[in-house]
Design a binder for this molecule. Structure first.
Ligand code: FAD
Ligand code: FMN
Length: 787
């Protein structure tokens, strides 16, 4: 077997080692353009998890790597003149050159043939090899030569960054954010050996250009950074090593293999350096590839296929995390006015890997500070007088005031169509469904999209607010909620537009009825599914006036029902959303074209409802902050849309995304829309509600305390568990938190007491078991303690 490895970085060398270690008879060639002792960058970071993988893959190189580590536990954040410390992060740094030399020595011992200072002649020059590795880094020539097969994309991020070094001792991983007349400059600094550290400095392209620093002007850069961060670096001189101002390319490939050629490490995918995972990914790619090759013997193609199937989800998880992380640093201005405690928590939780509960495990003191700060902050906002010895509840159990309405906590039952009304009239199902969710402890509950006219309905099963009997039924529901619970109830009003006259949610959703369709209207005459859906009629001014009147009449009925809050549904491609998105609004009159024009009719409806709706009661608007379609609305448009609603008296933006058109391609994941709620909240300065794949109390606490949203709406979790909030309360009281922010109905108090007792016992048992687990045997390796 002959393996040719193009590129002698961590990925290429490590794969060569693993191959020779398991197949001594194999011929393994590594070709590397640099000299053996050349390296760029100073130190790299590896997590404990990666170290375990290295130990299992190749013990001798692991021992040497681990013996050269500097190990830290603490992170220090310098921000607005304060320094915040958090512990329990456990990571290791090693000089990049040391890592490469260890791998080179191990490879030489195993008879890997390494050619240094040799430029690869191209993939075609490796015809005789059974397997060819493109391990040639971020600017991979292999990827470029076979780009028709790998189909790579590269997106250059806007910020500028530079790698530097300094000979100084830091107490731990150090972040610092300093503002000067040009902008905000971020420092990431970590030690990789006693008295030696890597620095990455990052700023916006605008600040970099204004600084007058040249891209390759290393000495001027070093002097600038030494001046700016002199305090953090103890006045140490700043060192350079090919320290050029770069922009980070996010590289992705549709596939990583073709015939017997495979891309690994940075050649296949890049992970922004702010989660320190570039080298980890490279080494773990090599381990996964080696495993697949071992399993598939001589069949290189089968091995590469298996490798990609197995490795892709994990690699994508890490690269996605890295992309989420980089957004914090690119948008640090968004967090700039936060208190240091909240800023630090927002920084720690930026990639969603570290959450409120995860951080508690690392450093319980940090969470105590977050809780205490949050409670004081909310008390000031809500004019609550706190006793000197107050006990802070978790952030999700704090109240939120919107005009005259105060929710007892931050958990919301998101609007959810039940598709079983009769000519718009809610039935016994609705009474029980809403009643039981309101009993379950959430602070606020939304009705499903309730339609302002018969022909405004999505389906024959949608609830309405256009006939007197609707008022009576909704009133009964609202009264139940008010009499028996402390949950607030909001009416969501909407008009289906081009998605109207369609089947029930559990039938063929968004598809027209088999018979009995009614005519539909929209901003433009574009069918939802071309060739399948009905074509809507583009609305005339007369239609607009009718629809506006219907919304106002429905809002007035909502007042008669006693709802606490009103939301207008302007998301998910329905009628009002169809005006806002350029994908669905192709009008050439004053209601189409610019965002200002597209917002004209939605704002007209909002204004008319706001006028009808009582001043003391809040109003929200649900928007699709991004369409997830090229040429559609983006997060930046979401901010502009929110600003306009805010200026017209809107109190809260309910931030969802997509469903504008079948072409929408959302990137799903945990809390996947929360980043838009964060952007709108902090850029437009209006309260937001996050929604979408928020499933745990931990996530609610994380989003609320980090200033990414003011409320968290959960839809599907509330279908499976109407008592989501009560269950969360039970867990937190078992941890010793005060019982605030929920109220159980008196009929259920004995159930509450039992649930709380069981939660306390379960927690005590879990702690006892954890205490009995013996700590692992001390590592064979002596780690350097840096400070
Ligand atoms: C300048 C720089 C500094 C960095 N510093 C740090 C740091 O301090 N800390 C950290 O965590 N991460 C750092 N990184 C990122 C991290 O090193 C990478 O994510 C990781 O090294 C990826 O490993 P790899 O083996 O895939 O690619 P690389 O390490 O890039 O290795 C690819 C190798 O292929 C060689 N090569 C490319 N083309 C050819 C060719 N045609 N012929 C022969 N050889 C070729 C290159 O010379 C290189 O040695 C740095 C990256 C760069 C570019
Ligand atoms: C059965 C069902 C019905 C829904 N109906 C509505 C609705 O009437 N109005 C609305 O704005 N969103 C509606 N949604 C969307 C949810 O409010 C929510 O935005 C979405 O389900 C994502 O949240 P989740 O991940 O917590 O489920 C519905 C969702 C579900 C699952």
């Amino acid at each position: 077997m002959r393996v040719d490895v193009i590129g002698g970085g961590p990925a290429g060398l490590y794969f060569a080692i693993l191959t020779k270690q398991s197949r001594p008879d194999a011929e393994v060639n590594v070709i590397e353009r640099n000299h053996a002792n050349d390296t760029f960058g100073f130190g790299i970071v590896l997590s404990d998890e990666t170290l375990d993988n290295l130990r299992q893959a190749d013990e001798p190189s692991y021992r040497e790597i681990a013996a050269n580590f500097a190990y830290w536990d603490d992170i220090y954040t310098h921000y607005q003149g304060k320094v915040l410390k958090s512990s329990g992060h456990g990571f290791s740094g090693i000089r990049r050159l040391s890592l490469l030399q260890i791998l080179q020595r191990r490879a030489a011992k195993l008879d890997v043939r390494m050619r240094f200072h040799a430029e690869d002649a191209g993939v075609h020059a490796h015809r005789g090899a059974d397997l060819i590795l493109g391990a040639d880094g971020i600017n991979s020539g292999v990827r470029e030569q076979l780009k028709a097969h790998f189909r790579p994309t590269s997106e250059m991020r806007p910020n500028r960054f530079v790698w530097l070094g300094a000979k100084t001792t830091l107490p731990g991983f150090t972040y610092s954010f300093r503002e000067n007349e040009l902008g905000v400059w971020n420092l990431h600094a970590y030690m990789y050996a006693q008295g030696e550290c890597t620095l990455v400095i990052e700023t916006t392209n605008e600040a970099f250009l204004a600084s007058g620093l040249g891209v390759e002007d290393e000495q001027a850069t070093a002097a600038y950074v030494a001046r700016l961060f002199g305090e953090e670096l103890n006045g140490a001189p700043v060192l350079v090593n090919r320290s050029f101002w770069r922009q980070f390319p996010v590289v992705r490939c549709a596939t990583w293999h073709h015939d017997n050629v495979v891309l690994v490490g940075d050649a296949a995918h890049t992970a922004h350096w702010s989660i320190g995972s570039g080298t980890k990914l490279a080494l773990e790619d090599a381990i996964a590839l080696h495993r697949a090759v071992l399993r598939h013997g001589h069949d290189a193609r089968a091995a590469l296929e298996a490798y990609e199937v197995e490795r892709r989800p994990e690699a994508e998880r890490i690269t996605h995390s890295a992309s989420t992380s980089l957004q914090f640093f690119e948008n640090v201005r968004r967090f700039w006015n936060m208190d240091p405690v909240q800023f630090n928590f927002a920084l720690m939780s930026r990639s969603k890997q570290i959450t409120y509960e995860n951080l508690r495990k690392r450093d319980a003191g940090v969470i105590r500070d977050v809780d205490a700060w949050w409670t004081k902050h909310v008390s000031q906002q809500e004019h609550i007088r706190l006793p000197a010895d107050f006990a802070a509840p978790p952030p999700m159990f704090s109240p939120l005031g919107l005009r005259g309405m105060t929710t007892m906590n931050r958990v919301v039952v998101s609007p959810m169509c039940q598709y079983c009304a009769e000519d718009g009239t809610p039935t016994d199902w609705h009474f029980v469904h809403y009643g039981s969710r309101a009993v379950g402890g959430a602070g606020l509950m939304f009705t499903e999209m309730t339609c302002v006219a018969r022909d405004a309905r999505i389906s024959n099963g949608c609830t309405g607010m256009y006939q007197p009997e609707h008022v009576a039924c909704w009133q009964r529901i609202v009264q139940f909620v008010h009499i028996h619970t402390d949950c607030k109830i909001a009416l969501q009003l909407g008009h289906a537009g081009r998605k109207g006259s369609t089947q029930l949610g559990w039938e063929e959703m968004d598809r027209p009825l088999p018979s009995g369709n009614w005519p539909i209207i929209a901003a433009s005459a574009l069918p939802y599914y071309p060739g399948v859906s009905q074509a809507p009629r583009a609305m005339t001014r007369k239609d607009m006036e009718r629809v506006r009147r219907e919304f106002v009449a429905a809002a007035q009925m909502g007042i008669a029902c006693g709802f606490d809050m009103l939301e207008l549904h302007m998301a998910h491609g329905y009628l009002l959303a169809s005006f806002i998105s350029p994908i669905t609004n192709r009008r050439t009159d004053e209601y189409g074209g610019s965002l200002e024009n597209r917002m004209r009719f939605p704002l007209e409806v909002f204004d008319a409802c706001r006028k009808a709706w009582p001043d003391e009661k809040p109003m929200s608007v649900r928007i699709s902050a991004a369409d997830w379609i090229p040429g559609g609305n983006t997060g930046e448009d979401g901010v502009e849309i929110a600003r306009l609603f805010k200026a017209h008296g809107c109190d809260l933006i309910d931030v969802t995304t997509g469903q504008t058109d079948p072409a929408s391609k959302p990137v799903y994941g945990r809390m996947f829309q929360a980043t838009f709620a964060e952007q709108i909240r902090n850029d437009a300065g209006i309260a937001t509600m996050a929604v979408g794949a928020i499933t745990t109390a931990d996530q609610v606490n994380t989003l609320i305390a980090s200033g990414r949203a003011d409320l968290c709406a959960l839809a599907r979790p509330h279908l499976a568990d109407p008592y989501f909030t009560f269950h969360a309360a039970a867990e937190y009281q078992a941890m010793g938190y005060p019982l605030e922010g929920t109220s159980w109905p008196k009929q259920y108090l004995s159930g509450r007491d039992q649930l709380y007792t069981l939660a306390r016992r379960a927690r005590a048992a879990a702690e006892e078991i954890a205490g009995r687990i013996k700590p692992p045997k001390p590592d064979v390796v002596v780690r350097q303690k840096a400070a």
